[in-house]
Design a protein around this ligand. Structure first.
Ligand code: ADP
Ligand code: ZN
Length: 433
């Protein structure tokens, strides 16, 4: 179902007109109201009235996470704090949390894009929706909550964690849709299996999963083990929260960016030069309608590619590929760039393995060592020779994909850390210690 037919299916030429008008207004606004933006524009020799086309955006300086930290907590706000109705903060995966604010209208827009996301994921008014994203400063819980209410869902505000209770609620209240991180969806799947509950026995049909990188292999696993259709949702606190983009259930191939609110670019992470559609690079967002905290050309650190081609669902908004990783959680091992998600991609199709793995990086004097711990699947009862053979095959496959040799350690099913409700850390970089 398309929640906002008029906006989500508008011709791209019309969209460009809408975007340009909003962009010009937004750029003028931040220049007048936010000292940091005025300073950046002046330093770059750019005046707001020089933005005459969408291409002119490339002249505007970037905003980075460090700009949030330097102006902590409210220095990037474009309105006095007493005119906001809510404050959120990012989960601080990569350092001190960044603080964001919302006006009443910002909350309405956010609910709109989350309603669109849920509708695109298969939700229909009247469906029971278990919201297992964390409520609190983290944007996931409350963001989805307001969107779900707007769409007319019956919201079960379960929040993250407490697997025992999640399962009870799923069974007793009969949610048809759940929202949580993909790693937590696997935790739930395993917990259900451990209780002898088979996929399909519960009314659950759709998962709206995001907030951390995941892969097609993981999607298959989740869909099979939970008996659901798993949909990718993307968002980030600095830009809004969840609902910046969302896959459609018709194609499940790239997440439609809600471009009437978020202008998206992909740039070369090294040079900052805009890259053409279809090329992998760093996602950069400009908010077009946000009042309290507009961001201009925000460097996300997320690596992905755009696809502006038409989609079977009828939406005209561009689709972003899965996020390959973050520029800042990209590991550089012996000079080679490694994204944790590549490990997963390399090991697809080995039935002896579970989807759980962990990367441990150490440094012996000057040489980096990468150890990849992989859990064998529950049924795998291989003796020493079979284990050796399996480890060797993993090493080979990983070498092909990563371009370096890693030490593979097979560990028992269930022994690696699981998501306890939030984002899962898959990397342990011991080199800094
Ligand atoms: P933090 O950057 O502290 O984790 P957020 O909670 O705002 O703060 O998380 C936003 C980040 O989470 C994004 O920049 C991206 O790296 C990641 N993320 C969110 N959704 C997805 C998704 N569907 N796929 C991959 N990564 C995602
Ligand atoms: Zn689509």
């Amino acid at each position: 179902m398309i929640w906002n037919l008029e906006m989500e299916t508008m011709p791209r030429s019309r969209l460009a007109e809408v975007q340009l008008r909003l962009l010009q207004h937004q750029v003028r606004r931040v220049y007048e109201r936010v000292p940091l933006y005025r300073q950046k524009f002046d330093d770059a020799g750019v005046r707001p009235d020089q933005i005459r086309s969408l291409e002119d955006l490339a002249r505007v300086p970037f905003t980075r996470k460090s700009d949030f930290r330097d102006t902590y907590p409210f220095g990037l706000f474009a309105i006095p704090v007493d005119q906001t109705v809510r404050i959120h903060a990012s989960s601080g995966t990569t350092g001190k949390p960044t603080v964001v604010g919302y006006t009443a209208n910002d909350i309405r827009v956010w609910a709109e894009v989350c309603a669109r996301s849920l509708a695109a994921s298969g939700a229909q008014p009247g469906d029971v929706f278990q919201n297992a994203y964390g409520y609190g400063l983290f944007t996931g819980g409350l963001g989805m909550h307001y969107g779900a209410e707007l769409l007319g869902l019956v919201v079960v505000p379960a929040s993250g964690g407490n697997t025992e209770r999640q399962i009870m609620l799923l069974a007793d209240f009969g949610a048809k849709i759940i929202a949580c991180t993909p790693s937590y969806a696997l935790t739930l799947a395993e917990a259900l299996a451990a209780r002898g509950i088979r996929p399909g026995q519960l009314p659950l049909r759709y998962g709206v999963l995001g907030a951390e990188p995941w892969t097609e292999a993981m999607r298959d696993e989740i869909e099979e083990k939970l008996g659901i259709t798993a949909i990718n949702i993307y968002g980030l606190t600095e830009v809004m929260g969840p609902g910046v983009s969302n896959e459609c259930v018709e194609e499940k191939n790239g997440a439609h960016v809600f471009e009437d609110h978020f202008l998206v670019e992909v740039v070369d992470p090294e040079t900052g030069e805009p890259l053409p559609s279809g090329t992998m690079g760093e996602l950069v967002f400009t908010t077009l309608t946000r009042e309290a905290l507009p961001v201009i050309r925000y460097r996300t650190g997320d690596i992905a590619a755009l696809n502006v081609g038409p989609c079977r669902c009828g939406r005209t908004f561009t689709r972003m590929s899965r996020v390959m990783g973050r520029t800042d959680d990209m590991l550089i091992i012996r000079g080679i760039n490694v994204y944790p998600s590549q490990v997963e991609a390399a090991l697809v199709g080995l039935p002896e393995l579970s989807p759980h793995y962990q990367l441990v990086v150490t440094r012996e004097r000057t040489l980096d060592e990468l150890e990849i711990k992989i859990e064998v699947s529950e049924g795998f009862a291989g003796e020493a020779p079979a284990r050796l053979d399996l480890a060797a095959r993993c090493r080979e496959k990983l070498r092909g994909v990563l371009g370096l040799t890693a030490n593979v350690t097979l560990v028992a099913s269930g022994s690696l850390p699981r998501s306890e409700g939030g984002k899962l850390r898959r990397v342990e970089d011991r080199r800094k210690l």
